[in-house]
Design a protein around this ligand. Sequence first.
Ligand code: SF4
Length: 205
Amino acid sequence: METISYEYEGSLYVNLTNKCDCSCVFCLRHNGHKGSIYADDLWLEHEPTRQEALEDLLSRDYANYRELVFCGFGEPMFRTDDILWLVDRLKEQVPNLPPVRINTNGHANAILGRDVTPELKGRIDTISISLNGSTPEEYCAVTRPRSGARAWDDMLDFARKCRDYVPNVVMTIVDKDKTQAEIDRCRAITEELGVTLRIRAYIPD
Ligand code: SF4
């Protein structure tokens, strides 16, 4: 049974797609992984329709969760329209819906060919964007984006635009293999953007 949503550390995580425009060196989708420490069977043989995802999400008791997180075994914002549709339906039907977060690589505007950030307003409480590096070279070496170095600028531009529409804009790096100088440069980037830097511990798969 494929996993559309799963619980992790008190939050409900939603998995809508395997698609991604990156090929990160650490991505759990490589090496034949179909699950992770979070849940088994995250690889979707067929992507759930928005209606199937809604049914799954409406079967949950939201009193149990501190956050609803769209992440996935791929880049969730390939399905931005469906995420926003789901959030609207949930806000209509779930009186105690917790804050909503999207974990993303920040390429949505480039992928979808339009600026989606205004559509996040009033729907998404936190957007967590993977910064992954302190220079375009470091970023591309780690994330191996389909569009090359342009993806770095796309990601920074997305973060900048999100500030106007999303209350909490967070950029994340993983501490493993980062020098202090690299971390300092990441901090300078996020300070210049006016967003929060979150340094995550590496979680081995
Ligand atoms: S952006 Fe996420 S889903 Fe895409 S390759 Fe990187 S880690 Fe994997």
